[in-house]
Design a protein around this ligand. Structure first.
Ligand SMILES: Cc1cc2nc3c(=O)[nH]c(=O)nc-3n(C[C@H](O)[C@H](O)[C@H](O)COP(=O)(O)OP(=O)(O)OC[C@H]3O[C@@H](n4cnc5c(N)ncnc54)[C@H](O)[C@@H]3O)c2cc1C
Length: 397
């Protein structure tokens, strides 16, 4: 087994890992970013929708934008239409091309000085005196080889299937009910609204979840759905529901790609740091439980993690206590939104179709929010129709 040494080793080159690596490298650290797959950004397991908030974390590059979005149209079980957009904004978000986007983020990390290595899979952490001090990895980058990579901090950015947290003593177990199992087709030759992301709530279409049509330009779209992990079975899984949804909606559409994946909807793990260890992105369950969106949280969490790690390494203190700054900062930035999302998800799951319909009736038509952030939209919906708040409280108690 060969030995290597870095200040930080980041496991997983999704948005969370690449931004963490980039930020830490920009702060002067010696960083290694490893990815098990031979190509970063592939396979894509995402509907690829983000709000314009992404511009806070990265300069827009039109190479990874498939479509600019004016808003969302959400349909209740009886077809009631709720349109959301933002005041004076032509574009409120984007549908990305993650195959390119993820590569560009890794490229930025490399440009900042991080070493990026594909076909390199972590299979354990180095534990020493109550600290995580590196990872064991198998690389096929040149010849197949086991490596012990020592580091002051290990970053678990290894997505929904994360193992790094478990290896380092953080319980990241997900219950089936806390996962959405998803299926998605990239379809072409279809008539879609090219400027709006469409979302469909209907238990017959996607039990304990929802279906989506996110336009990707040129008469193509990501057409997918997620269902509760606890309702998926061998006889009826997400793919069966998607065949029915996509076949009914776009009978003449052509499927040019299929993907299957999972989204963690549990809310954040109870601890995202340990001695010498930080979890970011899906590995930390930093996904909004009501929307299933996690790209922006992965990027924001990555930025905070990279900054905190740099300070900790420079101060020669990578204890859990020192790394808690990361936890405090992500909680301040987006912890409340994730917790509100979890509560809303639990309320929505408890609603009958009839209740869900009346929830949508209260919002029918167009809501124009001040800005297109999850927080601003929720506020605007309540302001627009205070009955919702009353309904939510009534449904809760
Ligand atoms: C069907 C579906 C639709 C979605 N739609 C949206 C959406 O429209 N908008 C949105 O914001 N979010 C969406 N999400 C969620 C979004 O994709 C994730 O939140 C986001 O990708 C999280 O980024 P990440 O970097 O944490 O993890 P990932 O992007 O999953 O990256 C993790 C990386 O770690 C690598 N890895 C794993 N284990 C190891 C290991 N042992 N060694 C080395 N590398 C390893 C993986 O190969 C992977 O490249 C969707 C998810 C799914 C499944």
């Amino acid at each position: 087994m060969s030995e290597e040494r870095y200040d930080v080793v980041v496991v997983g080159a999704g948005p969370a890992g690449s931004i963490t690596a980039k930020t830490a490298a920009e702060r002067g650290l010696d960083v290694l970013l490893i990815e098990r797959n031979p190509e970063i950004g592939v396979p894509v397991k995402c509907a690829e929708g983000v709000s314009k908030e992404i511009e806070r974390f990265v300069d827009i590059d039109r190479r990874w934008i498939c479509a600019g979005i004016r808003g969302t149209i959400t349909y209740g079980p009886d077809g009631t239409k709720v349109i959301l957009s933002a005041e004076g904004a032509e574009e409120v978000g984007y549908v990305l091309e993650r195959k390119i986007f993820d590569k560009c983020l890794a490229q930025e990390a490399a440009r900042a000085g991080a070493e990026v290595r594909v076909r390199t899979q972590a299979y354990g952490v180095v534990n020493d005196g109550g600290y995580v001090k590196g990872v064991y990895a198998r690389t096929a980058a040149e010849a197949e080889e086991d490596i012990r990579i020592s580091a002051n901090v290990v970053v678990g950015a290894d997505g929904v299937e994360s193992q790094v947290g478990k290896w380092g003593g953080i319980d990241t177990t997900l219950r089936l009910a806390d996962v959405a199992t998803c299926a998605e087709f990239l379809m072409c030759d279809i008539e879609v609204n090219p400027e709006y992301c469409e979302i469909f709530f209907d238990d017959d279409v996607a039990p304990k979840g929802y279906a989506w049509v996110f336009p990707k330009g040129d008469h193509s779209a990501n057409v997918g759905l997620g269902i509760g992990g606890d309702v998926s079975s061998e006889t009826r899984c997400a793919r069966d529901y998607l065949n029915a949804f996509a076949g009914g909606k776009f009978p003449n559409g052509k499927i040019i790609a299929e993907m299957y994946g999972a989204v963690p909807l549990s809310g954040p793990v109870y601890e995202t740091v340990a001695n010498g260890l930080i979890l970011v992105g899906d590995a930390a369950r930093h996904v909004n439980p009501i929307t299933g969106g996690g790209i922006l949280e992965a990027m924001q969490g990555g930025e905070i993690a990279g900054d905190v790690i740099a300070k900790a390494v420079q101060e020669n203190d990578c204890s859990k206590r020192r790394l808690r700054e990361y936890e405090k900062r992500w909680q301040k930035e987006f912890g409340k939104v994730l917790n509100a999302g979890l509560k809303t998800k639990n309320i929505v799951l408890g609603l009958s179709s009839q209740d869900l319909n009346s929830f949508f009736h209260a919002l029918e038509g167009e809501t124009i929010a001040k800005e297109f952030s999850e927080r601003a939209l929720l506020k605007e919906m309540i302001k627009r129709n205070p009955k919702i708040l009353f309904k939510l409280v009534k449904m809760l108690f």
